[in-house]
Design a protein around this ligand. Structure first.
Ligand code: VGL
Ligand code: ZN
Length: 197
């Protein structure tokens, strides 16, 4: 059984959004066309409460794209984005959502960011996605979406560590590329045994 996991194709990661990824919207038609080829389709949604600890605005004197130490490790401070219920957190209007079997939200814990669809950034608090896939007998996952070097990367590496066969379709992903993060992510995914195609 194979699942397509569509990571964070939300307005704030598309041109005009709060944390816009260059060409983030251009992957939507290709993702829509791919949905039919899988036994299951899962969409993820970055879903932060207002004042989330990953927002620079929550840390006095900090600018977006600076890095701080959190109890679970270094954390990039982002512009406010994907606030629960806001327009920026909504899926891109052209993304097909009807074929989705599951929509999983992440990043709702005010104190911990969650790039991965499987675990929060403490690398131990589960989102529940592994249990879902396991009980459905899914062993093979293909990942697409935004952003290649953050949420796609963390999700793909965690999936590989959990024992899934993982493919990342880079033609259907776009990256932020903050301080060399894109090259590091591509190398890290390959090292983890992810098929980066
Ligand atoms: C993401 C930064 C902050 C992502 C989410 O979806 O890659 N990046 N929150
Ligand atoms: Zn986020």
């Amino acid at each position: 059984m194979k699942a397509l996991i569509v990571i964070d194709v939300q307005n704030d990661f598309c041109p005009g959004g709060a944390l816009a990824v260059t060409e983030g919207d251009q992957i939507v038609p290709g993702i829509n066309a791919l949905m039919e080829d899988f036994d299951a389709v899962v969409l993820t949604q970055d879903w932060h409460p207002a004042g989330h600890s990953s927002f620079a605005s929550s840390h006095e004197g900090k600018e977006p794209m600076s890095v701080i130490d959190m109890p679970y490790g270094p954390q990039v401070l982002w512009p406010d984005h994907c606030v629960q219920g806001g327009g920026g957190a909504a899926f891109h209007k052209d993304l097909r959502t009807d074929p989705a079997d599951l929509i999983i939200r992440k990043g709702y814990n005010p104190a911990i960011d969650s790039y991965s669809a499987f675990f929060e950034n403490d690398h131990s608090t589960p989102t529940g996605l592994h249990g879902y896939l396991e009980t459905r007998g899914i062993k093979d996952v293909t990942m697409v979406g935004l952003a290649t070097d953050f949420c796609v990367n963390y999700s793909a590496v965690d999936a590989a560590k959990l024992g899934y066969a993982v493919t990342v379709r880079t033609d259907l992903c776009r990256g932020i590329d903050f301080d060399g993060s894109l090259a590091a992510a591509l190398a890290g995914m390959a090292d983890a045994g992810v098929t980066v195609s």
